[in-house]
Design a protein around this ligand. Structure first.
Ligand code: FE2
Ligand code: FE2
Length: 225
């Protein structure tokens, strides 16, 4: 899996361009507005994952715990939807947002496809595949990818109009994602048959590649601005 992440995320065009300071302001703005949609739809992904779980607390509580992190564990201002605004406001200070922080531009095809692919997957998934989709398809490497995005946004090229606030990316990288993966792993590691291992790997690969495709397509959207 980590080899796949290296090849499709770290060596993908989005992270390469971002980290070399290669995007213009309007391109960064497009990414920030669109990733905001990905982030705010993620609780729906976790909710769909819970719907695919058996009615056994050992299975659904780890996902509910992850979901509660998205809500900031009830602390005012810590919900990820709100935390994201601290980033968005520094890269798109002129963005018109409604009272929920939703911009006046619609969600792009790249983000919509990634979210729909993820949510649709859970409609047919076995509990093990659903857990692998969250664990191996996302949480395993989310911290690494988000750390790299945060690092990319600290490139001097992007600080010319004022420092970019990368706290959103850092808290995911350092605290949340490693724990989210552990929550899934405690279930996944109890399955060891070759058949189950193959199912888990295939699922992780399918979901991870869908997310990688979102970054590639966002890159295309940014380049066509
Ligand atoms: Fe989050
Ligand atoms: Fe997570």
């Amino acid at each position: 899996m980590l080899e796949l992440v290296q090849r499709h995320f770290f060596e993908g065009r989005f992270l390469k361009t971002l980290c070399s300071g290669g995007y213009r302001e309007d391109q960064i703005r497009h990414f920030a507005l669109q990733y905001g949609y990905y982030s705010r739809h993620f609780p729906r992904v976790l909710g769909a994952a819970i719907a695919a779980m058996p009615p056994i607390d050992a299975w659904w509580v780890p996902i509910a715990d992850n979901l509660w992190d998205e809500a900031g564990r009830g602390e005012p201002g810590r919900a990820h939807e709100k935390l994201y605004l601290t980033f968005l406001r520094t890269v798109a200070p002129d963005a018109k947002l409604d009272e929920h922080g939703i911009p006046d531009v619609p969600m792009s095809k790249a983000v919509e496809t990634a979210i729909e692919t993820f949510i649709q997957f859970f409609r047919q998934a076995t509990p093990l595949k659903a857990m692998a989709a969250v664990g191996l398809g996302s949480e395993l490497f989310a911290g690494l990818v988000m750390a790299r995005i945060g690092e990319g946004f600290r490139h001097p090229h992007y600080q010319r109009r004022g420092a970019v606030n990368t706290l959103f990316w850092e808290v995911h990288a350092d605290e949340h994602e490693p724990r989210h993966y552990q929550l899934c792993k405690q279930i996944l590691e109890t399955f060891t048959s070759p058949r189950d291992l193959a199912d888990m790997y295939e699922t992780g690969r399918y979901i991870a590649l869908s997310e990688a495709r979102m970054y590639e397509e966002l890159h295309d959207e940014m380049m066509s601005l």
